[in-house]
Design a protein around this ligand. Structure first.
Ligand SMILES: [Zn+2]
Length: 420
């Protein structure tokens, strides 16, 4: 293995990007009439949706495969055996549908909502984690509460979308590679995980939640596997599924798929998901890798630890800040205000196939060095309060982008408007 690969490929896949997508989506769309003022939708079990729309879904999945092959660089084609058969056994329809999408087939897809701080449960029964996600534990064990929806139960679309936008962090993209040690990973045809530790279940989702589209040429020359990231596949498929479900009169699944897709749009606005190592030059990365290969391991180890610390610090600052503000019902909180702020919506423009590379990740990548510097300064021992305030301002700036990306993607998926 070339000397630089060992370092570069260990870099990403350390954390979750944004923490608590349900809260981000809730805030970003709370002032969007097409979602917040939409008529209640009616919960529908996935089996009923698949039984009613199997033929159309099979055609849609074929069209998605053709689109990905034509438009996504380095896209690993889906093996023919995974094609969705609408005439297959209804008892296995959910698993076969998820396999045709090449996501984790154990995802239960139970109709549910995630309760946000300040929301009452509405008398809905609590749903245990194994009926929600495939990971051993939820993202915040003991904090997140999931509530089951009965078939036919009316539910506000904003609750469905917000809740669904957290689901890609519940195991949807875990274990998909051939070296992930799962039976489906062995059949999916994605090849070996491009980066991250294949033994850490959570790290295996990273190539679907990150997009390193704007790295220095030196970096991609030394580690071409960094270019094997596929958020565009998910973004396109879930927008198509949402439009299809709305058009066919299954609005619940329209909102749910829209939420799935929003997750990936939001992840690309996180500088640590749009940049391999924010604030570090390609030359410096190559240098510490060369030292490591020569037996001097300290600089590489310190670089990795620092990167991990800063990434996790940003995630914690955002996750805790937004959660606290929602719990306090503080609508004037700067982070919530940033998520609602529409001042960048026009500049971001309507979401299209070029958006993930040309706009969402490009903006986040452009802010990566500044973000890393603000984190370094604020986390330094004895840092004065002003540095903390500066970090909060950087975070609010990033969440302004995240809110705009959320509305841009949602508007595109809701076009044409669904029949209520
Ligand atoms: Zn993610």
């Amino acid at each position: 293995m070339p000397f630089a690969l060992a370092l570069l490929l260990a870099l990403p896949a350390l954390a979750r990007a944004w923490d608590g997508h349900a809260a981000l989506t809730w805030a970003a769309l709370s002032g969007e009439p097409a979602v917040a003022a939409a008529a209640p939708t009616v919960a529908e079990p996935v089996e009923a949706f698949l039984a009613a729309e199997g033929e159309g879904l099979a055609a849609l999945l074929e069209a998605e495969e053709a689109w990905a092959r034509a438009h996504v660089p380095r896209y690993p084609p889906r093996p023919e055996a995974l094609r969705f058969d609408p005439r297959g056994d209804p008892a296995t329809a959910r698993v076969r549908f998820l396999e045709a999408l090449r996501v984790n087939p154990a995802l239960p897809l139970t109709p549910h909502v995630q309760e946000l701080p300040g929301q009452a449960g509405g008398g809905r029964p609590e749903l245990a984690w194994p009926s929600v996600g495939t990971l051993p534990t939820p993202p915040h064990p003991g904090r997140l509460v999931f509530r089951a929806l009965r078939a036919g139960e009316p539910v506000p679309p904003l609750e469905v979308v917000a809740s669904a936008s957290d689901e890609p962090d519940h195991g949807l993209d875990v274990g998909l590679f051939e070296d992930s040690g799962t039976p489906f990973g062995a059949r999916y045809g994605y090849g070996k995980a491009p980066f991250g530790d294949p033994r850490l279940p959570f790290a295996t989702q990273a190539p679907f939640h990150m997009g390193f589209f704007h790295e220095a040429r030196l970096l991609t020359l030394l580690a071409p596997a960094l270019a094997r990231t596929f958020p565009e596949v998910r973004l396109h498929a879930f927008a198509s599924l949402a439009r299809f479900a709305f058009a066919r009169g299954h609005a619940y699944w329209g909102w749910r798929f829209l939420g799935f897709g929003l997750h990936y749009a939001q992840d690309l606005t996180q500088p640590y998901h749009a940049t391999v190592s924010p604030g570090t030059s390609a030359l410096e990365l190559a240098a510490v890798s060369a030292l490591d290969a020569a037996g001097v391991h300290g600089p590489r180890q310190r670089r990795l630890e620092r990167l991990s610390d800063l990434h996790l610090a940003l995630e914690a600052e955002q996750g805790e800040g937004v959660w606290r503000a929602l719990a306090a019902g503080d609508g004037a909180d700067p982070l919530l205000a940033a998520l609602r702020d529409r001042s960048r919506d026009a500049a971001l423009g309507p979401y299209d196939d070029a958006a993930p590379r040309a706009r969402l990740s490009a903006v986040a990548n452009g802010k990566a060095a500044r973000t890393a510097a603000a984190l370094e300064a604020a986390l330094a021992p004895g840092a004065p309060p002003a540095r903390r305030a500066a970090l909060e301002a950087v975070l609010a700036d990033l969440l302004r982008d995240c809110g705009a990306a959320t509305r841009s993607y949602a508007r595109a998926a809701l076009e044409p408007r669904p029949a209520s």
